[in-house]
Design a protein around this ligand. Sequence first.
Ligand SMILES: [Fe+2]
Length: 537
Amino acid sequence: MSDRFAACRDVFAHLNVDRFATVSRRTLLRGLSASALTTTGSFFTRSLWGAPAFLANPFTLGVASGDPTPEGFVLWTKVAPNPLERGGGMPARPVEVKWAVSTRDNMQQVVREGTTVAHPELGHAVHVEVDQLEPERDYFYQFEIGGERSPVGRSRTLPPLGAPVRQVRIGQVGCQSYEDGFFTAYRGVADEQFDFVFHYGDYIYESRMGRSSSPRAAAGEVGEAFTLDDYRYRYSLYQLDPDLQAAHASAPFVVSFDDHEVSNDWAGFWNEAGALAEVFALRRAAAFQAWYEHMPVRKAQLPHGPDVQMYRRLVVGDLIAMNVLDTRQFRLPPACGGDYKRNCAEAFETRRTMLGETQEGWLYDGFKTTRHLWTMLAQQVPMMRIDVAPDPSRSILSMDMWDGATAARDRLFGAIEDSKTGNVIVLSGDIHSNWAGELKKDFFDERSATLGVEFIATSITTNGDGHDIKDNDRKRMAKQPYVKFFNNQRGYACHIVTPACWEVDFRVLDKVTVPGGRISTRMSLVVENGKSAIAQA
Ligand SMILES: [Fe+2]
């Protein structure tokens, strides 16, 4: 045990139970009479697991940090001695967890520390919002409970608001189907030591798993997730992976969610299984609770039943306004029943939306009121027109992407134009392949205005090893000249953002179906400040 936590324990030893009881009684006073307090006050004291002890280290799911600001970030862990068991192997009692933030990776020179309560209602997840730190610097953090310490994680604060920024390095990841392969890409992410990592979603897959051909067949068969315990099991299974843990411990994550955190292609309260909206709301609530419990997000992202405030804005000095968008909760049922369709007129209805009216208003107001060199839309499904038919005489579009709501895309492009927002960079995922494309006001007219550039990062594992570009891919690109790059291997994207350029490196793996795949840079592209065009770096 380090001196640091020996000191922590001394400090908190005499505070533990009394401090919690005091808070509980104060809370209680709001709802109960004084006489009720005298009979129930001791109940709250007893409910705290005051002297936790473990047979093995309970930080089995690692540590994470997220949503950085210039002053701090969220710290996350989960107390789960047996994470795949119902309840995580914990008693159904709240318990205190100590945390500390240091400027050194050996956890000497602690600058902030405290104690928080891990509640059984939240699966003993821990979310600490640390503030009062210095901007634009690395910090290290650790948790401790019952004499057991967590691994040490690295996090990093953002530059001061409005301040000039020389360079920021951002990772882009998502789509990590456990049974499709190994998370070697996350080992690469960990080595990058990013300023922060954007996760576009599909952190888990909810579908039935356990096919015998899976490289991870050892995980066994697991039925489709519907209940809170089902979803918790998925997150635990995934977060036991050492490469994923290494990535989380290497840099703060800014997470969103896509469909598979809940159900394939869900849209608002529509779900492909056809459950009534009121019934699907229960599933959404369970899925969102598990998402919150396992993600390094702020209390503002604590779900309220089936609803969660996911969209939010992070600001990186004077360099980037990062709009994290929610393209799932506010949709209508998909055009023409969803999936890939030919000639679907419903996709062109003006009522179609990807963000919903409130979020659209928030985003477009932001275009007018926040002025940064680069405006990032960090979101889930492809925004550019993607015709997957290689045959030039017909087109097939996904109703689950922005192609399924063209009026929503037109409104967004109109807002970008009206507000004269330049240097728009869209980060997306969802289709398990790498794409770079120019967002045209009219995708059928090469000479029409380019309103931004989209970089779609491939999956960490989903769809297995994949391959580089093939003949049919070339035919598709020939039909869509605004698509400047395509690749169908697994990996992640690395963005290097400066005042002069936005550069992206597409890192790919030769294999994910075996451990230890080799990572290489498949392509480096660059967008120059003011150009809205993709060039090779
Ligand atoms: Fe996916």
